[in-house]
Design a protein around this ligand. Structure first.
Ligand code: ADP
Length: 340
């Protein structure tokens, strides 16, 4: 490449110089000019053409080639982003630079997806193993003699059912998160009453709350306006937060669901007086499969996906989950929805 361009510039210089030399030679022959001008001018032209093509074209083409080589080696940060000039060669370098940036973004996104897939598969298989091993363990114990022991027998069968339920929750949550994260899930905003929804959620968790002798209190103003959001998804968010309140609060605890108008929004808070979440875990609890205490979560039938789903649903509504919590005191989860 380098040599062939030298060849072109040399031929160009020779061509132009020869033409000028012939013209000047003829001029001298007929006496129009005298002295050595007919030689001096072509020599100057020759040198100028060589220097100019080298400086203005060859050097800049080599810059472009260097940039392409950097992109080839994936050294995106090294590609020169400050390109002066408005001619075609400057445009060529600008296009090379922006192509590099696009490529870099796509490669980063692909790598992130790849590592997400790897982590996700690892987490899923880990989550599947625990209930499957438990089911197998209980079934083997039953087979090896526990079947004959009334009392033990029933409790083992109950444990097998509980673990099968966990697998089924996991399958449901996995389908849900996969849909949400691949963007398949579209929110369908409608106008609805939060007061009614909150009552329905409380009714659905009532048996669990009663089992733990927990109280659920509401603070919903009578004139609360309707909100605009996907009703079934917000039901899922509220159920999840209230269920977590029940799961992570000791028996006899209190959960308060409060709504309050704040300008164009309704602020919804779910507060418990449970075990609380230490500051170092607070930023991470909405990550997939992240749990503060994995065995407590599993014991309560948790999959570690609930808050990840909640976060996605709220983000899809342009809202976000805000947490305020202190260990031993309890947790408050807050989010906003627009007034309809
Ligand atoms: P899980 O299925 O484990 O409950 P979540 O995604 O709903 O999964 O919650 C993630 C983790 O956050 C839980 O395992 C728990 O450690 C913590 N957590 C969630 N809600 C509460 C709460 N109200 N009080 C204390 N800890 C909580």
């Amino acid at each position: 490449m380098k040599h062939s361009f030298k060849h072109i510039s040399l031929s160009l210089a020779l061509g132009v110089t020869a033409a000028i030399a012939v013209l000047l030679g003829l001029s001298r022959a007929i006496g129009l000019i005298g002295g050595y001008i007919w030689i001096a001018v072509p020599v100057i032209v020759f040198v100028t053409v060589i220097v100019m093509t080298e400086r203005m074209v060859a050097k800049r083409i080599h810059f472009a080639i260097d940039d392409l080589r950097k992109i080839e080696r994936r050294e995106f940060a090294e590609v020169d982003a400050n390109i002066d000039g408005r001619d075609e060669l400057s445009e060529l370098r600008t296009v090379i630079e922006s192509t590099g940036r696009t490529l870099e973004k796509e490669i980063t996104a692909m790598r992130r997806l790849e590592s997400y897939r790897r982590d996700f598969l690892g987490n899923v298989s880990h989550e599947l193993k625990t209930p499957i091993f438990s089911i197998r363990g209980f079934a083997e114990t039953l087979r090896d003699g526990a079947l004959e022991k009334p009392g033990v027998r029933e409790s083992f069968v109950e444990k097998i059912i509980k673990n099968a339920d966990r697998l089924s929750h996991l399958a449901q949550d996995l389908t849900e998160i996969a849909k949400i994260e691949t963007g398949e899930l579209k929110m369908k905003p409608v106008k609805f009453s939060l007061a009614v929804l909150i009552q329905e959620v409380i009714e659905s968790v009532e048996p669990r709350a009663r089992n733990k002798e927990m109280q659920i209190r509401t603070e919903v103003p009578a004139d609360l306006p309707k909100v605009l959001a996907d009703e079934s998804r917000i039901r899922q968010v509220l159920s999840n937060l209230v269920e977590n309140g029940i799961k992570y609060t000791n028996p006899g605890g209190l959960i308060t669901i409060r709504t309050e108008r704040d300008k164009g929004d309704v602020v919804i808070t779910v507060r418990d007086n449970g075990i609380g979440i230490a500051p170092e875990h607070q930023l991470r609890i909405t990550e997939r499969f992240y749990r503060v205490d994995a065995s407590r979560s599993r014991e309560q039938g948790g999959t570690g996906l609930g808050l990840a789903i909640v976060k996605h649903i709220l983000n899809a509504h342009g809202s976000r989950l805000v947490l305020d919590s202190a260990v031993g005191k309890g947790s408050t989860f807050e989010f906003r929805l627009p007034v309809a």
